[in-house]
Design a binder for this molecule. Sequence first.
Ligand code: FAD
Length: 524
Amino acid sequence: MSEPDLKAYGDSWYAATMVDAPPRPQLAFDVDVDVCVIGGGLAGLTTAREVARRGWSVVLLEAGRLAQSASGRNTGFVLPGFGADADKLIARIGFERTKDLWALSQAGLDYVRDTIHAEGASGIDPQPGWLYVSKQDNSEEFVRSVGLLGELGCEIEGWPTERVRAVLRSARYFWAINYPRAIAIHPLNYALRLAAAAEREGARIYEHTPALSIDPTGVRKRIVTPAARLRADHVVLCGNVELKPLMPRLAATLVPVTTYVVTTAPLGPRLAETVGYRGGISDTDLADNHYRIVGGDRLMLSGRSTAWARDPRRYRGALTADIKQTYPQLGDVAVDYAWAGTLGVTVHRMPQIGELGPGVWLASGFGGHGLNTTAMAGNLVARAVLEGDQTWRRFTPFELVWAGGVFGRAAAQFRVWIKRFRDGIEERRATAREAAVVKVADQPNQEPQDETAPRPIPRSATGVAGRAAANGAVTAAARDAQPTSVIPPPEWISDAARTQPQPQGEAPAARRRRKTRRPKETAK
Ligand SMILES: Cc1cc2nc3c(=O)[nH]c(=O)nc-3n(C[C@H](O)[C@H](O)[C@H](O)COP(=O)(O)OP(=O)(O)OC[C@H]3O[C@@H](n4cnc5c(N)ncnc54)[C@H](O)[C@@H]3O)c2cc1C
């Protein structure tokens, strides 16, 4: 491991555990290339690798250190899908085109997995699965979500409340959707591995080399950096929110949202007893409460996003309170690392991928769902530039839209607060309903229970499915509250990961296409 560069990467657990990576030089001489990629996050690195792989000359310019921004600071959940809800996409572009986009997003996930497989998993430590957990007992929504995701071709399993609480020891949780093919990774080490792979293919990478200006007119684009000039047939803009000094109008199409992440001190065996899932876990549609176990017995948790960046140390208290609210049995936890990262959110929640003008390409706006979509975009742009592939045009319905400047930021912040407030009310209602049912079901003379352990939930108490079962009816909800498939983790996933409980059961029968909120991305 190398010395952490705290200035570039922040006080992050990722920086503390980053693999050895040589610093790249600043560009100090003029160059002529086929393609110039601006931005050394995951979008830029994937693009550079895929261009080089096809035999063209490519230079990547990074203003600071590689993956110093969102790409090296995120929670590491590599999932299928996009930031936008599936139902909103269907309403806008229709079911078949949405399904096509989902397949592309899945290909992005597969690309990350295959790259790790080919380049080596050490330091990246991929863990299988993403569990999207509900804190509400609305199992109709659960059934709809499972049905729609299945129709979109997503491999998922519905988990009923009992199963969720057997794995995650929290009385706050009800049903969940498990994505067995998703993975959770160390994103900084993945980015550094990707950079090394790109260089092996012939890409040249320069750090501390911001693109200061671009002249996009003419066949050869001209790019000016502090100490050198480039000429390139194609420029690919992968600067995300930090593109502002270079292209303010383009950057104004993104709302910068900052999310805060903490990693606890080692918690010992009590953590595994409490959180029995090794992949990523999310329990809201918001940028709150996305967490996973890292480093054996530490908990990493992100949340509390703001539209204006703040000192991450201010959020240590709030984030540890979030941990305590979900898992009081963990007691007071100490935080060893606290950092922040900023992602760029578009108005339509879909990435910006395409050709802005002849030879000028954009791959940006991945929001909180960037680990699969940056991989997808890098591949689409490289194929478009080198092979004339037109698949990127499937994203043309999602145009560049001004994000509203300071008003857009304020609106984003308000939306988060309102949603958090409403979710809180719904959660309290669900808990109260459950407490009422448990009270009725409780037998007198029962042994007193461990206060910290989640209460056993009679099957009849688990939302609509449970209430229907109590009435003797077998509903679609009750049938679907079963795991739906068994997918073994890929062979290259570590042995520890394989010990994760695997589900059993049948596929859901219900296939409904009603208004559905797909468990959403957000800054995990
Ligand atoms: C806290 C947090 C948690 C997240 N969790 C998840 C998650 O679990 N799963 C998920 O899918 N997504 C997650 N995301 C989102 C994901 O990290 C991003 O969408 C993705 O990394 C964006 O990658 P990028 O390459 O577009 O941009 P960035 O990573 O922001 O990289 C852009 C790079 O361009 C460089 N640059 C900008 N301008 C210039 C210039 N003029 N010249 C040279 N270089 C320039 C910058 O220095 C920067 O390094 C999270 C984000 C955050 C912040």
